[in-house]
Ligand binder design. Structure first.
Ligand code: HPA
Ligand code: ZN
Length: 342
């Protein structure tokens, strides 16, 4: 079977038509300032202005980014809020040709900062997931994310909630650790990762975003199946070899790394080197509303700035499907669709 060649000059319509999965995306990081204003009008006596809302998204480094993420998350209050933001996230993804997403939700932030029960909020998220799937055909799995610098006890509450809800909500597929690696390594989460895996949950970890390769080794050592960011893998040839050999998926987020300052310049980003070294690279948007980009922009950036050809982009889209936690039958069907895009 011959497959159509990708165009040399990449049209937006071709990028859109390419079936893609988004594997590193934070629900709270998809909330636009406009939506925050709308939510504030629901809840506050004196609603946020758009200028005030926009000012919450300002940061100059990674620590500032985490604070901005927290400030936005704190303004999400009711199940209806979570329903609205989930639906808008999926609507925007579908418009970019994303056929499947695996989204992090910062359950750790809800528990630690808001001290409220997460389950009713989750019902709102699920309602939107079901409605968006019916309307756009897009599927979504949830990954319950703990904040690593809140410590293992807080993470236990997050992971156990995922395990408790999973039988009734099979869309809860995995768990992860986000937050600040500089303040907490992966090792203290080893037993909790094992417990989550025993409960049938898939394991992910942000690692090598602000810390060196030792942080990625630690994430692998406690069983992480996918690595979020993995920027510092480039500093360790042995690690690069292991990542290539085991085809551990890397959830690469180029724009995020530039905006948080984790990667100082575009030229220094290792995405192309990783790809050429045979690593399992996927492209992702992380927190699109906070970085003013989306997944289609990430594919465009890979083409324009790193010389990824149409065929390379097709391969990256296929990687996103292969690295997903979808069942094999759906993976095969989507991979076939990717081959067919003219
Ligand atoms: N890293 C760590 N914590 C986060 C991120 C991230 O990319 N996005 C949202 N919380
Ligand atoms: Zn992230």
């Amino acid at each position: 079977m011959t497959r159509p060649a990708a165009p040399r000059r990449i049209a937006a319509s071709w990028l859109r038509a390419l079936p893609k999965a988004e594997l590193h995306l934070h629900l709270e990081g998809t909330v636009s300032p406009e939506t925050l204003v709308e939510l504030s009008q629901r809840h506050d006596d004196e609603g946020l202005t758009l200028t005030e809302a926009r000012s919450l998204y300002h940061y100059t480094d990674f620590t500032g980014f985490l604070l901005a993420f927290k400030a936005v998350s704190e303004r999400l209050r009711t199940p209806e809020d979570y329903e609205l933001i989930t639906f808008r996230m999926l609507e925007r993804l579908a418009a970019q040709g994303v056929v499947h997403a695996e989204a992090y939700v910062s359950v750790g932030v809800v528990y630690y900062w808001r001290r409220i029960e997460f389950e009713s909020l989750f019902h709102g998220m699920e309602a939107a997931r079901v409605r968006a799937e019916q309307q756009f055909g897009i599927t979504l799995y949830w990954i319950f994310d703990a904040v690593r610098h809140f410590g293992p006890e807080e993470a236990a509450r997050v992971f156990r909630k995922a395990a408790e809800l999973r039988p009734a909500f099979p869309s809860i597929l995995g768990i992860g650790i986000g937050g600040d690696e500089r303040r907490a390594g992966a090792e203290p989460f080893r037993e909790l990762f094992q417990e989550a895996q025993d409960a049938g949950l898939r394991l992910t970890a942000h690692a090598g975003e602000t810390m060196g390769p030792e942080s990625i080794w630690a994430a692998l050592n406690i069983g992480a199946e996918r690595i979020g960011h993995g920027l510092s893998a480039q500093l360790d040839a042995d690690l690069m070899e292991v990542l290539a050999e085991r085809q551990i998926p890397l959830e690469i987020c180029i724009t995020s790394n530039l905006r948080t300052g984790c990667c100082p310049t575009l030229e220094e980003h290792p995405v192309r080197r990783y790809f050429d070294a045979g690593l399992m690279v996927t492209l992702n948007s992380d927190d699109p509303a906070m970085f003013e980009s989306d997944l289609q922009d990430e594919y465009r950036l890979a083409h324009d700035s790193f010389g990824f050809t149409g065929e390379h982009l097709r391969e990256l889209a296929a990687n996103s499907i292969e690295a997903s936690f979808l069942p094999a039958t759906r993976k095969v069907a989507l991979l076939h669709q990717i081959e067919q895009v003219k």
